[in-house]
Design a protein around this ligand. Structure first.
Ligand code: NAD
Ligand code: UDP
Length: 336
C-alpha cells in the first residue's frame, strides 16, 4: 500500500516510515522541514535499505497535495504534519490555527478530490485537558488548555465530521501519550530545535553535557514523590501502532479514536533515575515552580487500541532510556 506520510521527516513520522517499510508499505514523505531535517529520511533509507520519495511542500498548498496524491497513486494518508510546541502556540495562536487546521482542511479536500479515503491522524492526550478521569479512556471528558490543544481537538472533530458525511471515508485518530525513545540502531531519534520543551530530550541533553541541569517543574504535586506522572511510550511502539491502524482501517467505518499509551504512569523523578541507570551519567536537577497548564498525572487506558487494532506497547521505561541514550550519545548534536 502506498502511504502519504505528512510530516514524515519529523520525530514520530521518520520512525513510522521505518516501521511502514518493514511491514511492506511504501511511504511517500511530504514535509516542509519547518521542524525537521531531510537527513532524518536519509537515515530511514539507510536502515531499511531502500529509497523513499520525499516531496518538499506545505500542507496548505492544495495543488502540491493533489499532485502527490495522484502522481504516487496514494491509497492512504498518515497525517503527522503540525506545529506542536504548547508555549509557542500561546504566543502565536494564529500561526498554529493556520498551519494545523488549514493544513488539515486542505489535506481532507485533496483526499476527497482524489478519492483517497483512509486516514490515520496524530492526535494527543492533550485533548484530555485537566485529566479528570485517570486512566483516561476514549470517553473521558475532552477539554483543552492552550491553542495547540485546541487545534488537535478541532482537527479530530473536522475528521469525524468528514467521516460522518461520507460513508466511504474512514479514519483512525490516535491519541498519543508521551512519545520518547529512539530507533534501536541509534541512527535516528528526537532532535528538537532549540531548548527542548519536553522532559526526555531535556534529560538526554543534560546527560550528554549540552545543558547543565534539568529543571523539574514542581515537587509539590499530589503524587507519591511530588513530581508529575506521565505515560511514556517508546516511539517504535507508537510507529507500530500506525502500521496496525493502517491495517485496521478497511475493517472500520467512520472515525475511531484510540489511546496510544502503555497504561503505566512514571514520575519525572523515576524517569531521571532510569535515565541515569541507562546512561551511567548523572543528571543534575533542581526543583522549580510548577509550569503553567501542567497537570499532576495522566496515563492511558489503552485497552480499546488492543481490542480494535490488536496492538499493545512492548517496550518498558528502561528500554526507552537505553535507546534514547544510544542515539543521544552517538549524535550529541542530533542530525546537524
Ligand atoms: P515534529 O515536529 O518532529 O514533526 C512534525 C513534522 O511536520 C516536521 O517534520 C515538520 O517539518 C512538519 N510540518 C509541520 N508543519 C508542516 C506543514 N505546514 N507542511 C508540511 N510539513 C509540516 O513532531 P513529532 O513529535 O514527530 O509529532 C508528529 C505529530 O504527532 C504532530 O502532529 C504532533 O502534534 C503529534 N503529537 C506529538 C507528540 C510528541 O510529544 N512528540 C505528542 C502527541 C501528539
Ligand atoms: N517537565 C519538567 N522539566 C522539563 C520538562 C518537563 O519537569 O524541562 C515535566 C512536566 O512538568 C511534566 C512532565 O515532565 O510533569 C512531562 O512533560 P512534557 O513536556 O515532556 O510532556 P507533557 O505531558 O506536558 O505533554
Amino acid at each position: 500500500m502506498r502511504v502519504l506520510v505528512t510530516g514524515g521527516a519529523g520525530y514520530i513520522g521518520s520512525h513510522t516510515c521505518v516501521a511502514l517499510c518493514e511491514h511492506d508499505f511504501e511511504p511517500i514523505v511530504f514535509d516542509n522541514f519547518c521542524n525537521s531535517s531531510p537527513e532524518a529520511v536519509r537515515r530511514v533509507e539507510s536502515i531499511v535499505g531502500r529509497r523513499i520519495p520525499v516531496i518538499e511542500g506545505d500542507m496548505r498548498d492544495r495543488e502540491a497535495l493533489l499532485d502527490v496524491l495522484e502522481r504516487h497513486a496514494i491509497e492512504a494518508v498518515v497525517h503527522f504534519a503540525a506545529l506542536k510546541a504548547v508555549g509557542e502556540s500561546l504566543s502565536c495562536p494564529l500561526e498554529y490555527f493556520d498551519n494545523n487546521i488549514t493544513g488539515t482542511i486542505t489535506l481532507l479536500q485533496a483526499m476527497q478530490a482524489k478519492a483517497v479515503h483512509r486516514l490515520v491522524f496524530s492526535s494527543s492526550a492533550t485533548v484530555y485537558g485537566g485529566a479528570e478521569t485517570i486512566p483516561a479512556t476514549e470517553d473521558s471528558p475532552l477539554s483543552v488548555t492552550n491553542p495547540y490543544g485546541r487545534t488537535k481537538l478541532v482537527m479530530e472533530q473536522l475528521i469525524a465530521d468528514v467521516c460522518a458525511a461520507d460513508a466511504g471515508f474512514a479514519a483512525m485518530i490516535l491519541r498519543y501519550f508521551n512519545p520518547v525513545g529512539a530507533h534501536p540502531s541509534g541512527q535516528m531519534g528526537e532532535d528538537p530545535k532549540g531548548i527542548p520543551n519536553n522532559l526526555m530530550p531535556y534529560i538526554a541533553q543534560v546527560a550528554v553535557g549540552r545543558r547543565d541541569k534539568l529543571r523539574i517543574f514542581g515537587n509539590d504535586w499530589p503524587t507519591p514523590d511530588g513530581t508529575g506522572i506521565r505515560d511514556f511510550i517508546h516511539v517504535m511502539d507508537l510507529a507500530h501502532a500506525h502500521v496496525a491502524a493502517l491495517r485496521g482501517l478497511p475493517r472500520q467505518a467512520g472515525a475511531t479514536m484510540l489511546n496510544i499509551g502503555t497504561g503505566k504512569g512514571t514520575s519525572v523523578l523515576e524517569l531521571v533515575r532510569a535515565f541515569e541507570m541507562a546512561s551511567g551519567r548523572n543528571v543534575p536537577f533542581e526543583f522549580v515552580g510548577r509550569r503553567p497548564g501542567d497537570i499532576a498525572e495522566l496515563w492511558a487506558d489503552p485497552s480499546l487500541a488492543q481490542e480494535v487494532l490488536g496492538w499493545r506497547a512492548e517496550y518498558d521505561i528502561e528500554r526507552m532510556c537505553e535507546d534514547t541514550w544510544r542515539w543521544q550519545s552517538a549524535y550529541p548534536d542530533g542530525y546537524a
